[in-house]
Ligand binder design. Structure first.
Ligand code: ADP
Ligand code: MG
Length: 319
């Protein structure tokens, strides 16, 4: 049964539709990532989902109860649904501990101390509890913002590109820790990002948002192997167009380089990347430029190569 429901949400700014009939259902404790480029409507969606922005039409339900928008509710927003922005704001002149305590000021003191202590501990912030935000690294500050949002034990957490300020290593570590913590708490989570890699580190379930509409959703493997559009296909890697075959593509990793047969070409450029060399290969027939992975780092500029496409990996789009 759906616990958090976004139903046919539409938001128009003047004549411009930022969100169109967006629907999504999440079970309690489920995590979903929404991937979309800048301007695709991600922030608009999350603000409506949190009850912080009034939709043009559609509704948001939490456990069957309608979430009221700012026009219907005196104090907009809910303790049950917390939104964390990329540009979170910490109170600059109060310590880490005080920042996390602030949302709990109306709670009983024992509970408050216990809760804050637990969050400091779980997020590895205990050694920094007496510091001011500016005395922390970006990753630590982000954790304080997360702890602040989690202080009131929200049922739903909405993450609006919260890791954008962090470098890749910090980011992965934080995503990993956060997943564990949110899993323990049974929190239902929507994470939006423009970065597919971040989305994949966070969840297996992906929703692709383009111009305010869902264009595809499913697990990462299905999206990678059976994309419904060139846009989705390209999220995962470059794609090479197969000559003489309509709307058919192959990924650089799904091509084998052999000593004979297949498509002949020569290497015109080569890049040393983390796990492989990336080759630019000019095909002899037709002159197309392909991107090909060379995991053995065997080939150099000028080499003649014979490319064998893994037939079962060909992506064919419906026109
Ligand atoms: P994202 O978070 O994916 O970058 P947004 O939800 O911020 O996208 O914006 C979606 C679209 O709505 C964009 O085209 C943006 O310019 C437009 N938009 C967002 N907020 C407003 C606003 N307050 N007034 C007018 N247009 C807006
Ligand atoms: Mg945004």
């Amino acid at each position: 049964m759906s616990y958090f429901t976004l139903r046919a949400l539409t938001k128009s700014y003047e004549s411009h539709a930022a969100l169109q009939e967006f629907s999504l259902e999440l079970a309690k404790g489920e995590f979903v990532s929404i991937i979309g480029e800048s301007g695709s409507g991600k922030s608009t969606l999350l603000r409506i989902a949190a009850g912080l922005l009034t939709q043009t039409s559609g509704e948001v339900l939490l456990d069957g109860k309608k979430i009221e928008n700012p026009e219907q509710k005196l104090v907009p927003g809910y303790d049950e649904i917390k939104l964390i922005h990329q540009d979170y704001q910490l109170f600059p002149n109060t310590t880490v501990e005080e920042n996390i305590t602030r949302p709990l000021l109306n709670y009983e003191e024992n509970y408050r101390k216990h809760r804050v202590g637990h969050l400091l501990d779980r997020l590895g912030l205990t050694p920094y509890k007496d510091r001011l935000p500016r005395q922390l690294s970006g990753g630590q500050q982000q954790k304080v913002a997360i702890a602040q949002a989690l202080a009131v034990e929200p049922e739903v957490l909405l993450l609006d590109e919260p890791f954008s300020h962090l470098d890749a290593i910090q980011k992965r570590k934080l995503i990993y820790e956060l997943k564990e913590l949110l899993g323990e708490m049974g929190t239902t989570v929507i994470f939006v990002t423009h970065d597919l890699d971040d989305a994949l580190w966070f969840t297996d379930t992906l929703v692709v948002l383009q111009k305010g509409k869902i264009t595809q959703k499913g697990n990462s493997k299905a999206l990678c192997e059976q994309p419904k559009s060139k846009y989705v296909a390209r999220l995962f890697s470059a794609i090479n167009t197969l000559p003489d075959r309509d709307q058919s593509y192959i990924r650089p990793a799904d091509i084998r380089i052999r000593t004979r047969g297949g498509l002949v070409g020569h290497v015109v450029d080569q890049r040393f990347l983390v796990h492989y060399n990336s080759l630019q290969v000019r095909l002899r027939a037709g002159g197309q430029l392909w991107e090909v992975d060379d995991p053995l780092r065997k080939h150099q500029i000028g080499d003649r190569v014979y490319l064998h496409v893994r037939e079962e990996k060909i992506i064919t789009l419906k026109s």
